[in-house]
Design a protein. Structure first.
Length: 296
């Protein structure tokens, strides 16, 4: 059965995606930093480090920042606990959230205000804490849930939400609640993805459009990953008896169970890859994480 080459094989430029509007957005972020009190960096809880952007973070300088690890509802809770233990040892402000859970987003605003008030106090020892206005900037990779978080905070459709990365291409101010304004910015990818596996991870969570790496490569990677972690949800979804099977056998079984067949009973792999990626991204194939915390 014809299928793509092993996606772990080197292909240096395959997953790099940095359209011109992203370079422009990064320049605008630098220009508008002085207008905000704090930056909210949205990452994906399934890839806490790989869903960051070193180039963008370096451009933030000393501006106070709160890292929001979104899509907690799609992440493996046991691995998340390990990340929480690891991040507790780092000099970072962070919180894990599910963007559809409004109470957890209330914690974001509360924590952001505490950081801003402390920074104001540090800059001016005579400063008296007040519930003054606060301006926040939201940044992050494409498709990490920035627009959904904004809309949940503002309780309205203030930002465009799409299932394709790179939809937000302009910056806009949004009133979140009394005295709080939020500057929405386009999703910005790193100019260079140094590790091939990180490109696969980001393609799997749809931070990178499928036509960049190819649905066949990304779909193959996701299936291999779910087999390697023996995801019971994945096995049950496609009626697989065991995770100890070959990729070819898994593809044949998925195609048969879902009716993704060409004349003569040949598996329609294009449909299989589309189906697997769509269901994986909705969380129908179980919770997972890519990578674990560094040992040091």
């Amino acid at each position: 059965m014809k299928r793509p080459n092993d996606p772990s094989a080197p292909a240096k430029a395959l997953y790099n995606w940095y359209p011109g509007h992203m370079a422009k957005a990064l320049r605008e972020i630098k220009q508008k930093l002085k207008m905000v009190d704090i930056v909210l960096e949205i990452r994906d809880a399934r890839v806490p480090l790989a869903s960051s952007n070193r180039a963008m973070n370096e451009s933030l300088g000393e501006k106070p920042k709160l890292i929001i690890f979104n899509k907690l509802n799609l992440a493996d809770s046991q691995i998340v606990d390990r990340w929480i233990e690891w991040f507790d040892k780092q000099n970072e402000h962070y919180v894990f959230v599910n963007c559809f859970d409004k109470p957890s987003l209330k914690k974001v605003i509360s924590q952001a205000r505490k950081i801003v008030e402390k920074n104001r106090k540090d800059c001016n020892p005579d400063y008296l804490e007040t519930k003054t206005k606060m301006k926040m900037m939201i940044v992050g990779l494409p498709n990490t849930g920035k627009s959904t978080i904004i809309n949940q905070m503002a309780s309205k459709s203030a930002a465009k939400v799409a299932d394709k990365p790179g939809q937000t291409q302009v910056q806009q101010w949004i009133n979140v609640e009394n005295g709080i304004e939020l500057l929405d910015t386009p999703g910005i990818m790193p100019p260079l993805i140094e590790k091939e596996e990180h490109g696969l991870w980001l393609s799997a969570i749809h931070a990178i459009p499928d036509d960049i790496a190819g649905e066949d490569n990304v779909g193959t990677f996701v299936i291999r990953h779910l087999l390697s972690i023996k995801s019971q949800d994945f096995l049950d979804r496609f009626k697989l008896d065991s995770a100890d099977i070959s990729l070819d056998d898994a593809l044949k079984k998925i195609a048969t169970v879902r009716g993704c067949l060409l004349p003569g009973g040949i598996p329609d792999l294009n449909r299989v890859y589309k189906l697997v990626l769509a269901e994986f991204r909705k969380g129908d194939l179980g919770k997972t994480c890519f990578g674990v915390p560094p040992k040091s």
